[in-house]
Design a binder for this molecule. Structure first.
Ligand SMILES: Cc1cc2nc3c(=O)[nH]c(=O)nc-3n(C[C@H](O)[C@H](O)[C@H](O)COP(=O)(O)O)c2cc1C
Length: 311
């Protein structure tokens, strides 16, 4: 029998109804529906697609994904089928899924971002997340590195995406509160926090970087406390007052990790590395969050968003 999240977990992100606050993070759930091979997608409120670029990309050569002592280091390099192939081969599959699908858009120029964002909306995605924070390509952070560039990008993309459907994925290592402020002022409807943390691994014998790209992005438990702080700061300094929801993302492996991000200020939580560790984790997180809400005596999980800030 299909899993049904408890109604206590039903939530909204900028008006978009989700049956659960649990989301699959971009690039960790295949292009769109591959996770269905290993788990019941009814557990999730939404899946985020692999970041889609205007043209297809092979990504970087191996090694491009390695395990570390507290997470994973990847430099996949945005391997993806490209917008046209996505619209033809993957969007029809997305329409049949039991959860929402958020289209992740990437590109070199602001025009490319706008084209992909419009295309993803056109082929039925519930919202678009701009990946302005990829540490694994030469131009992946061109638009997300400083508030002014981010603002310009969002203002250019904004008219191509309907109200309520523009999410911005921030880096974990920039001036995060300033970036969040710029994104909100430029018209972002939600903030996804965050992408992987720039990192590297060197083989002491060959004395060379292990990833073919040289550097990559760290994910998993190692970055979780960093993300908790960033979500806390952005919620406190800008997102709460602007009423802009945060999707907390980084190192969630159990319900306590997810709950921690929610009380820090996240309205929903996303998971990536967890799927590589054990695809039964999302179900355990869903069950754990349900019990937590009941134990906290709330009617809905949204009543606990930012609860760590209440004196
Ligand atoms: C193998 C892999 C591929 C990824 N690909 C993308 C991507 O295409 N677009 C994107 O915005 N983030 C991508 N990410 C980053 C994740 O969406 C997420 O931000 C990051 O892994 C932190 O979450 P986690 O600690 O739960 O894994 C990728 C991460 C991994 C591990």
């Amino acid at each position: 029998m299909a899993f049904k999240p408890s109604p206590i977990l039903a939530t909204r992100i900028a008006g978009l109804e989700l049956s659960s606050p649990l989301i699959a993070a971009a690039g960790t759930a295949g292009v769109v529906d591959e996770l269905a091979d290993v788990m019941d997608l009814n557990i999730l409120g939404a899946i985020t697609t692999k970041s889609i670029t205007p043209e297809s990309r092979e990504g970087n050569a191996p090694w491009r994904l390695i395990e570390t002592s507290a997470g994973m280091l990847n430099a996949i390099g945005l391997a993806n089928p490209g917008l046209e192939n996505f619209a033809r081969d993957y969007a029809p599959k997305a329409a049949r899924l039991p959860c929402r699908v958020i289209g992740s858009a990437a590109g070199h120029s602001a025009d490319e971002f706008a084209r992909v964002a419009a295309g993803l909306i056109h082929c039925g995605m519930s919202a678009v997340e701009l990946n302005v924070s990829c540490p694994n390509t030469s131009t992946g952070r061109l638009h997300g590195g400083d508030p002014e560039s981010l603002s310009q990008l969002i203002r250019l993309v904004r008219p191509h995406v309907p109200a309520g459907k523009l999410w911005i994925k921030l880096p974990p290592d920039g001036p995060t509160v300033a970036l969040a402020t710029a994104a909100i002022e430029a018209g972002a409807d939600a903030l996804t926090m965050c992408n992987t943390y720039p990192a590297m691994k060197i083989d002491p014998v060959t004395r060379k970087p292990v990833l073919s790209n040289g550097q990559g992005g760290l994910s998993g438990p190692a970055i979780h406390p960093i993300i908790v702080r960033l979500v806390y700061e952005v919620y406190k300094n800008v997102a709460k007052a602007a009423n802009i929801p945060i999707i907390g993302l980084g190192g969630i492996l159990n319900w306590q990790d997810a709950a921690e991000l929610i009380v820090a200020g996240a309205s929903a939580v996303s998971m990536g590395t967890a799927f590589f560790v054990d695809p039964t984790i999302p179900k355990a997180v869903s069950t754990g969050l349900t019990k937590w809400c009941q134990q906290q005596g709330v009617k809905n999980i949204s009543d606990l968003v930012g609860a760590a800030h209440v004196a």
